[in-house]
Design a binder for this molecule. Sequence first.
Ligand code: SAM
Length: 258
Amino acid sequence: MTNTTRFDFDRAADYYDATRGFPPDVIEPAMALTAAVGALSADHDLLEIGVGTGRVALPLSPRVGSYTGVDLSTRMMAVMDGSTHSIRRAQADATRLPFATNTFDRALASHIFHLIPDYHNALAELARVLKPEGLLILVLGGVARPPEVSEALSGTRGKRPGVSFTDMFTFLLDYGWEPVAEAQHVTFTAPVIPADAVRSVRGRHWSGLWERSEEEIEQAAQTLEAALRAAYEDIEEPVAIEGEFSARAYRYASSSNV
Ligand SMILES: C[S@@+](CC[C@H](N)C(=O)[O-])C[C@H]1O[C@@H](n2cnc3c(N)ncnc32)[C@H](O)[C@@H]1O
């Protein structure tokens, strides 16, 4: 299968975990929260769409019976090679899942719906492959980043092709999904070197920067560096930054939209 997305994450495989990984102290609380929100159990078969490097899959997989991940990017999934955790993997598009109807007890999506233009097709596929009593778990966050980054990059980041992050926990209500409960959150602080964000801009570490010109990237890097220098005494020294990890579960209740 060829990777047809505008955002081909093969290019991100080498730096993704270094720039998106959970701070070590957050992994267990975040996975415990996800397991509780999704009422996970050891006899569940779970499917994650857009599994990537296994940032969620690797620490969450011991909490279920079987963990299957699909992704368009084989290079992202190859980062899991050699892991002692057992993740079944398939290169597949979330809008055309290669699984039979009523296969999974749980599905999970983390940081993927903003990348899928026809996300309603992915939702329809999840409704199809989940068992009738199954749950879809959406998770978001887990990375601490200086607040200056979003503001400095707001004019430079390209528009996301799929769901905006602000709609992430509500967009699927229009497609026949009902939340099981309110979203749950874990907040944390982690040491962050502010200047790393400037290096990430120059390295185009966020997909929203991949299509920007060299001039736009350099302008954004300089704007961000100035904002960080104004906020922090030494931008090469770690500072404590707040982050949040959130999870919410949904049940498919049918709708004419899907
Ligand atoms: C931002 S990464 C998130 C990876 C992982 N879920 C996490 O939270 O770290 C998005 C992933 O979704 C994958 N992806 C994007 N569109 C996809 C699609 N239509 N079907 C399957 N995977 C897709 C990308 O290849 C990439 O690995």
